[in-house]
Design a protein around this ligand. Structure first.
Ligand code: NAD
Length: 279
């Protein structure tokens, strides 16, 4: 159990892992996440489930090397075993047959929105995908999203692929074209989810976001992942991760996300030092 059965580099510092986790794969639903621990002394990291296969018992996770633990994960190979894959955690997405669902995925948020968008399609909704990345090289899982999307729009910040601009530009264009949208689900950096919510707010379009707050125990006990939604404190791990984007206080979320940056930087430096000394 918890063996990495397949590992594939999608882009620089972004890897796709297929992990043998049959107990999680048998129960997980779109929108849920797992907490990984690489080894007995490892920290706990929450990762959104990008795909699952109940028959094989495999989970697919896409991980970007952004901190000490994800960098350490980057050194793991096929055949290596993770100490813990805890889950499925969080509430599942509310899926139903609606007219048109727009899935907005930014960067590493694209694999996270993938199972949700696919489930809306399977429920009989039309799905329009709006995907964005900084550049062509960082645009991941386009083909997977394309495979079930009725329509797809791609943006890159630098214009190296698709239209130049942010996902919000493509979303605005879609709304301005008169397309009737029943729900937007947006996953990506907090600033993107905030701006998507601002684009849909004046039109009253239901907007669901998946919050990537800092998280520790992920079972509702420690409160590290607290977020303000509709003026009330909620825990992203058990009340979320999905919330109404029009109710989320993104400014608090973004400020809490940077709270431990000096410590995170220190931890990365110490890890790099350890690697270079070979200990
Ligand atoms: P990124 O910075 O490369 O941005 C991706 C895209 O988001 C951009 O190409 C752009 O289209 C859009 N965007 C960025 N800033 C914007 C702005 N000001 N206005 C409008 N659109 C904007 O993203 P990344 O480096 O791949 O980071 C992805 C983020 O997604 C991480 O912060 C990660 O924590 C988060 N994430 C969240 C979940 C979840 O379940 N909540 C899952 C995976 C990743």
């Amino acid at each position: 159990m918890n063996e990495i059965v397949q590992k594939k580099e999608l882009a620089p510092d972004i890897d796709e892992y297929v992990i043998n986790a049959p107990l999680v794969a048998s129960k997980c639903l779109p929108g849920q996440f797992v907490v990984l621990r690489l080894h007995e002394e490892g920290e706990r990291i929450p990762i959104t489930i990008a795909d699952f296969d109940r028959d094989t018992g495999f989970l697919t996770l896409v991980i970007q090397e952004v901190g000490k633990t994800t960098m350490e994960m980057g050194t793991m190979k096929e055949g290596d075993v993770l100490s813990d894959v805890i889950g499925p955690l969080g509430r599942e997405s509310r899926i139903s047959k609606i007219g048109t669902m727009v899935a907005v995925g930014g960067g590493i948020g694209i694999p996270a929105v993938h199972p949700i968008a696919r489930a809306f399609k399977e429920a009989g909704s039309a799905v329009i995908s709006v995907l964005g990345a900084r550049n062509k090289e960082l645009l991941i899982w386009e083909e997977r999203m394309r495979s079930f999307s009725d329509k797809i729009s791609i943006t890159t910040d630098d214009g190296s692929y698709g239209k130049k601009g942010f996902v919000t530009d493509a979303l605005k264009e879609l709304i301005d074209s008169g397309t009737k949208i029943d729900q937007v689900t947006a996953i990506g950096p907090a600033i993107m989810m905030k701006m998507v919510s601002e684009v849909t707010r004046p039109k009253g379009i239901k907007t669901v976001v998946s919050l990537n707050s800092l998280m520790l125990d992920a079972t509702g006990m420690c409160g590290v992942c607290r977020v303000e939604v509709g003026g009330k404190t909620k825990f992203a791990c058990v009340d979320g991760p999905e919330f109404d984007g029009h109710e989320v206080n993104f400014d608090i979320l973004m400020s809490r996300l940077t709270m431990y940056l000096p410590e995170e930087k220190e931890s990365v430096e110490a890890y790099k030092k350890k690697l270079s000394s070979g200990k």
